[in-house]
Design a protein around this ligand. Structure first.
Ligand code: ADP
Ligand code: ASP
Ligand code: MG
Length: 814
């Protein structure tokens, strides 16, 4: 004998019922089969809804009834196109009875638990009948047996308790004489010893199947559902979740108790007592291996087996000095809740006994609060304890695994993983058996928490990064292309799953919770919503994705002003925009502080020398205990370009114009030529070396002509370059006479910094700089004689983009 159970989705459409019939047909070739079925998917909810509506005098119950009726009728017709009158007439008669029941509820304005059970029982009674009759129509040896005649319970309506002795006897007796090969039983429904209709609780068809499997002592119970087994976590919330091949009863019970709804928790008990394994299978993919739940499925497997979550949780906190050392508080508290039939899901008590904290279902909050406040009325009046504190919109997430007790540091890893992603933990509970570590968090953080924990415990090798890029001009565009091109490489070689979750230019912006497809990103962006800086931030925050990174590829002051907001949400910031780092020292310091506090790195390698690893090298020197004594550098690709091309055969004006045209200078060339840009860079290096300094502290000796310095527009400025050609030629002539080249040099020495145009003699490390090359020489305590030198292209879209990319990858390796 084999026992199989098919859930609501599996019998939710004619297409799926056909799959079920095929599976049963194949199974019945080798042995007799018992098949327990749920109601047609969604019908139990609709029956309850109709009942509520009728009770509330809402005529809409009739529409709900029609929906219920029509879904059954269309399934019957689709399954039996060549004749369905006998099935239809029985179902019509049953539906009439249902309608009368609903009208009765409407009339008396009342829906008792007893009537509610009668009402929902229609679901399973109808589905089992339709399936059995369809099978008979197709010539299969099938019968439907009403399990209300087999399963006996007490009268605890909506979640009745089974009387196993009578139930087992009924089941054994029935199957002793059953002649058919396939028996279809409605799950979930039962009768009380007094003959009233009862049910076993929501999701209870699993339980019905387990009861039958245990009574018949079968070798294995099969639960067929719409997923390929019990997953490491809810597959609807975590794409990377995968089926667990084997799991112990205890673990399965914990997982399902904490929300893995694939199995209804009491299911395990009847089969557990008899060591009957449960096999979870997928109706939509019968070949998939599924999950085996059994007694000794554990062995030396990984300590954490799964992660589950329960939503709609409320936290109750009872606290007060009057609780300390006085016995009986907890007993009275639990008795109060038990009297109200309120289920306590989680308990934590501070060791000071000063407070006790309970997790219950949100729907029970009002009743719980009122009852507890009445129980402790006296103590509250005497200020020995405070009125109960209620928090709602919470969820419990739980790590489950029997082997966790043998491994240290699992809760540490759980909480630090959550902390790193800015997920606030409201309460923690760890069962003494250590099969389960639970945390209460905000409902809005659940998806992020499950994903980040899943990554930490089940995908230890891969890390997902979600980048939000603003500014997709020259450099930004290159960055997106580089990410697109390297995505596969990163996944395979660095185990980084890099996704672009947001993109914006000054006009439009787009988002993709599971990553924007980069193939046609430009088109998508062009059709995106209207861009806004705040809107971009709000969306990144609302998506609440783990390891989020905001990438600023602009030179925009307002965007730099938003970094603090991003960091406060634990969103890392990667910027080539120099404004924030070279702004007021206090602002720079504050960003560093926020970055530490919220565990969100702030990286800006491209602020100096584009893609050259200058800041990273400096940080590494300092982190390893070295001390910078002096920095000498050529840090402006633009000025290099200008002075490499300027001589007595060219005009200064033409060279500057050409530099602008080739994208080597800022749109306003004065920012480069006045030395401000270089001053900002040396300021950043000085600060990263540990010196508190502001832009005004940097000595800037200008080389521009006095009128060039005073010009108040870009056009004016260009005019002065023409007028003052002689001034610039004299700079060149002097250098030439001294056998030198002109270089714009930044220095940091003895806590002071300066920028100026210098004559550099032949043979000096700065003398051979080509094109837009940058060079930095670090003199430190360890590199005191020979400096550490970093040299290479210091400007250009490609290298700047790869510098940003390197910062992003750095976060992936964190
Ligand atoms: P059925 O109607 O077959 O009884 P349920 O809807 O009760 O099916 O349970 C299956 C669903 O449980 C899946 O579709 C999935 O969304 C959900 N689920 C939650 N957690 C898990 C988990 N850890 N593994 C598998 N499924 C899970
Ligand atoms: N139909 C019931 C429910 O939806 C029982 C079940 O499907 O397991 O809860
Ligand atoms: Mg179920």
């Amino acid at each position: 004998m084999k026992v199989l159970k098919f859930g609501g989705t599996s019998v939710g459409s004619s297409k799926n019922i056909n799959r079920v019939i095929n599976i049963l047909d194949a199974y019945s070739k080798d042995s007799n089969v018992v098949c327990v079925v749920s109601a047609v998917g969604g019908i139990t909810d609709k029956l309850l809804l109709a009942g509520q509506q009728a009770q509330n005098k809402d005529e809409a119950f009739k529409d709900t009834f029609d929906i219920i009726k029509n879904s059954h009728f269309s399934i019957i017709k689709e399954l039996n196109p060549n004749g369905n009158s006998s099935i239809l007439s029985f179902v019509e008669e049953r539906l009439e009875a249902l309608k009368s029941l609903l009208e009765g509820i409407y009339l008396i304005n009342e829906l008792s638990p007893k009537t509610s059970d009668k009402l929902v029982s229609f679901g399973e009674l109808l589905s089992s009948f339709i399936i059995a009759e369809t099978m008979k129509n197709r010539g299969l040896s099938a019968e439907r047996k009403n399990s209300q005649e087999l399963v006996v319970t007490n009268s605890n309506f909506t979640k009745a308790e089974v009387y196993f002795k009578d139930t087992n006897k009924n089941i054994i007796d029935y199957f002793k004489s059953a002649a058919q090969k396939i028996t279809i039983l409605p799950g979930f429904v039962a009768n009380s010893a007094n003959g009233e209709q009862t049910t076993l609780g929501r999701g209870g068809s699993d339980f019905s199947a387990a009861i039958v499997a245990a009574a018949l002592h079968v070798k294995q119970l099969e639960i067929w559902t719409d997923v390929s087994g019990m997953f490491t976590t809810n597959p609807k919330l975590v794409k990377q979740a995968y089926p667990i091949e084997t799991i112990s009863y205890q673990e399965a019970m914990e997982l399902s108790h904490f929300g893995a709804k694939v199995l209804y928790p009491p299911t395990v008990q009847p089969v557990l007592d008899l060591d009957i394994p449960i096999h979870i299978k997928n109706t939509m993919d019968p070949e998939a291996v599924g999950t085996i739940i059994s007694k000794d499925a554990n062995g030396s497997s990984s300590p954490v087996k799964g992660i589950s979550n329960i939503s709609n949780i409320a936290l109750l906190t009872l606290q007060g000095t009057g609780m300390v050392g006085i016995p009986g508080f907890s007993r009275r508290l639990f008795e109060t809740l038990s009297n109200e039939k309120i289920n306590v899901i989680l308990i934590t008590q501070a060791s000071s006994e000063h407070s006790i904290c309970l997790g219950i279902e949100e729907k029970d909050v009002e009743i719980a609060k009122t009852a507890i406040d009445i129980t402790f009325e006296n103590e509250i009046e005497l200020h020995k304890i405070d009125p109960i504190i209620v928090e709602t919109n919470l969820s419990i997430i739980a790590l489950v695994g029997e082997n966790m007790k043998n491994h240290q540091g699992i809760s540490g890893k759980m909480f630090s993983t959550l902390g790193k992603n800015n997920i606030n933990i409201r309460a923690i509970a760890q069962g003494a058996s250590e099969k389960n570590i639970s945390a209460v968090i905000d409902e809005t953080d659940v998806k992020k928490a499950l994903n980040t924990l899943h990554e930490a415990f089940f995908e230890t090798m891969t890390k997902q990064l979600n980048v939000f890029i603003t500014g997709v001009g020259n450099v930004g565009e290159k960055l997106v292309e580089q990410i697109h091109q390297q995505k596969k490489y990163l996944k395979e070689n660095l185990k980084i799953n890099l996704r672009v979750a947001g993109l914006s230019n000054s006009r439009t912006m787009i988002f993709g919770e599971s990553g924007i497809a980069l193939k046609n990103w430009k088109e998508q962006l062009a059709n995106g919503e209207k861009a806004s800086l705040e809107g971009f931030f709000e969306k990144a925050k609302a998506l609440n994705l783990r390891n989020s990174i905001f990438v600023d590829v602009t030179a925009n002051k307002d965007i730099a002003g938003l970094y603090a907001k991003y960091l406060r949400e634990s969103i890392a910031v990667v910027a080539c925009n120099k404004i924030a780092c070279s702004s007021e020292f206090n602002n720079y310091k504050e960003l560093k502080r926020l970055s530490l506090k919220y565990n969100a790195p702030y990286l800006f390698e491209t602020n100096v020398g584009a893609g050259l690893p200058i800041i990273d090298t400096l940080n590494n020197l300092i982190a390893s205990g070295d001390k910078v004594t002096s920095i000498q550098a050529v840090l402006s690709g633009s000025l290099n370009y200008v002075f490499n091309n300027f001589n007595d055969t060219t005009k200064f004006y033409d060279v500057v114009k050409q530099a602008g045209a080739e994208g080597y200078t800022e749109p306003d060339p004065r920012i480069d030529l006045s030395g401000v840009d270089v001053a900002r860079k040396i300021l950043i290096l000085a600060r990263e070396s540990g010196v508190a300094m502001n832009l005004e502290d940097i000595e800037n000796t200008p080389f521009l002509s006095p009128s060039g310095l005073k010009s108040d527009s870009v056009d004016d400025f260009y005019d002065t370059l023409i007028a003052d050609e002689a001034h610039y030629q004299s700079l060149y002539a002097s250098a030439k006479a001294n056998n030198c080249q002109l270089k714009y040099v930044a220095k940091f020495d003895d806590g002071k910094a300066s920028v100026s145009l210098q004559e550099i003699p032949e043979g000096h490390p700065f003398s051979n700089l080509e094109g837009s090359d940058n060079i930095v020489m670090f003199y430190t305590q360890r590199y005191s004689q020979q400096p550490m030198i970093i040299k290479g292209a210091g400007a250009g879209a490609d290298v700047t983009a790869s510098g940003l990319f390197a910062d992003i990858i750095r976060l992936g390796n964190d």
